[in-house]
Design a protein around this ligand. Sequence first.
Ligand code: UD1
Length: 355
Amino acid sequence: MKIVSIIGARPNFIKSIAVSREIRKEFEEILIHTGQHYDYEMSDLFFEELRIPEPDYHLGIGSGMQGEQVGKMLIAIEAVLLKEEPDLALVYGDTNSTLGGALAAAKHNIPVAHVEAGLRSFDRNMPEEINRVLTDHISNLLFCPTQVTVDNLAKEGITEGVCLVGDVMADTLEYNKEIAEKRSKILEELGLQDKGYLVATVHRQSNTDNRENLKNIIGAFCELDCPIVFAAHPRTVKYMKQYGFCKKLSKNIRLIKPPGYMDMLKLMSHARKILTDSGGIQKEAYMLKVPCITLRENTEWVETVRDGWNVLVGPDRARIIKMAREFEPVSKQGDIFGRGAAEKITRCLKEVKAG
Ligand code: UD1
């Protein structure tokens, strides 16, 4: 079986690592990088550090308006699919590269497998939510990370081809935790003490492209006494400069470029708390047993909130400050994300091939 995997943005890369490794033991994999992320820190660094196989095709799409970006991807991915004639297209998560890949394949009746299917924020203002819903509805195989995601699909009438496999990021995190601990020198470089700082990331369109929301978030960070390592996405820095926030940062904030996987893992492992609007980081915070304060009004990872390890604060200055100071998880963790997702996905694909 020939599988074309389509990736293009940082979270796609991280989700694909374990799956690529497993499926290559059984099948032929052709890797397409759309080029949605292109800065060294957002792309090449991950390929180098995590030894992701060299893409067979690099489409160099880059940034653009939502429709423009997906449109360019459709055209370029279609050409590769016509040339390679794969038996299956594999897509990951909820980025524009996910939708571009799924749609290009579905239009040519190439079966689509979606890794991390069934997630919903129920907020259609998020470009990612549109990508999730559309991708799930044109997928033939839906690899779900949790029971909640299986139930979400059932509510939309999707019950066929659904496999509960667990989370593909869990094994990658577990595998690399000790390696990051030894290899990364980021704490020394930044002069940080174990549990003596917070880690923050902000990149959601609703938080960055809206002056008021970004002002509230950065304003809250500036009021906290604790050191904050602010790992800023390029789009966030662009807006911070545009709004004139960079000059007004207080001394507790350490604004750094997006770190690689190992440095980020180490930073998160030793943080007192994590403040983020990223989906993946909410999950990783839970896996690392670090309390998470989510700078959004909703989340797809509702189990982390239910378990008491994640709290939703939105772009609300007072709530961010209060929770950064006071939030402490009270309950023990359950086993939300499982183990061995990549192997289960490969097993499912083998069964499909045999059947
Ligand atoms: C994308 C995903 C989001 C994911 C995030 C992780 C979509 C709709 N969203 O958002 O779900 O959480 O990746 O990072 O696909 N930029 C650069 N260099 C880069 C990439 C982006 O400077 O290498 C800047 C550009 O100004 C660009 C902006 O970031 O316009 C947004 O990039 P884009 O890929 O459209 O979305 P992300 O915000 O990265």
